[in-house]
Design a protein around this ligand. Structure first.
Ligand code: DAT
Ligand code: MG
Length: 137
């Protein structure tokens, strides 16, 4: 498959816990290329666009509040099959049960909150990646 791009976010919990470097190290060790990277403090409108698919779900409002609680790091990441590759590196959504060896499995846990704080976001399809990269870059 041809080289593709994905959007990665180190979310506010990752930045606040000082894990940006550790997460970037895993991405770089895997061999993907950083095309662009920036510190972002998104407003509500940006997050409503980014998380449009989750509007109406019980965790939607807590998710937006969490994402506005501090800066995130937005990364344009490139490589062959990087969309599925980064999702694999990140691990499954719930950090309690995400596999050891993954970012969420090794570095995340349940903090007893209404929204899962799971350190990173990664686009889930080529369509999502194109849409999300347009929002953040
Ligand atoms: P992912 O980030 O693995 O693509 P998602 O797109 O389904 O997961 O959900 C977006 C974020 O919302 C996710 O990273 C954490 C939060 N979330 C998802 N499902 C949740 C749930 N059942 N309870 C609490 N937070 C949830
Ligand atoms: Mg998702």
């Amino acid at each position: 498959m041809a080289t593709e791009e994905t959007l990665v976010l180190v979310k506010p919990d990752g930045v606040a816990r000082g894990l940006t470097g550790a997460i970037l190290a895993r991405i770089e060790a895997k061999g993907y290329s950083l095309v662009d990277i920036r510190l972002v403090e998104p407003d509500r409108e940006t997050l409503e666009r980014h998380y449009a698919e989750h509007e109406g779900k019980p965790f939607y409002e807590p998710l937006l509040e969490f994402m506005m609680s501090g800066p995130s790091v937005a990364i344009r990441l490139a490589g062959n099959r990087v969309i599925e590759g980064f999702r694999s590196l990140a691990g499954t959504t719930d950090p309690t049960t995400a596999a050891p060896g993954t970012i969420r499995g090794d570095l995340g846990r349940d903090w007893g909150l209404k929204v899962q704080q799971n350190l990173v976001h990664g686009s889930d399809s080529p369509e999502s990646a194109a849409r999300e990269l347009d929002i953040w870059f």
